[in-house]
Ligand binder design. Sequence first.
Ligand code: PGA
Length: 256
Amino acid sequence: MTRRPIIAGNWKMNLTVTEGLALARGVRDRCARFRGVDVVVGPAAMALHPIIERLADSPIGVAAQNCHWADKGAFTGELSPVQLAEVGCTHVIIGHSERRTLFGETDENVGKKARSLHDHGLIPIVCIGETLAEREAGTTLAVVTRQLDAAIALLDGDELSRTVLAYEPVWAIGTGKTATPEQAQDVHAAIRARLAEKAGAEATEAVRIQYGGSVKPTNIRALMAQPDIDGALVGGASLDSDSFARIVSFEEDVDR
Ligand code: PGA
């Protein structure tokens, strides 16, 4: 099976609404023509609505960077999948390492969020990945497997096949230090093997696994050449429409 690549930009807590609108326009102008790739941008929460409106005539998806699992309630400062679906979000990034390490996100909560997102027709982009200390201790696969199992625990095979996973080694995020294509492929293959144990062959074959961590126009091609790497979650290099477009157009023979 050939999986359709998915390239997503995680803008994190960068850009004002005005700046985000300008970047969204740039992404639309440069990326909408690449029809063989799913393209998603992930603006800050208050920019979601205006950016969704700006991109309405394009195939580009829009992701929130986090959510709560409840539909509504007394959860000051949170956003629910119901609210995100109403404004037209297509995806939600959950379990990002910054949320896990800085804001107390737990494996269990990521699983509840994935469940709730599917209930409301939103696609989770589930981030998993080990820290440098965990890699050096030889526990990479144990950590990633634990995070994966919890994230997908409440999903059926059909929901799983629509879920996007993002393997993001924490030591590669924002550091300029990318995992080698071989290091990334090893973990992606282990993730797919674990999925095969948990879900049917059909769902396992369909799940797209992005790599994230210092993805740039110069390294995207080698990463995408790996059999189990189906896309990228891009932080820093997604903040410039030109570099993001050069990542999205990885299949084209252009100067990077
Ligand atoms: P980076 O971030 O591309 O800046 O390393 C990736 C991410 O955090 O998703």
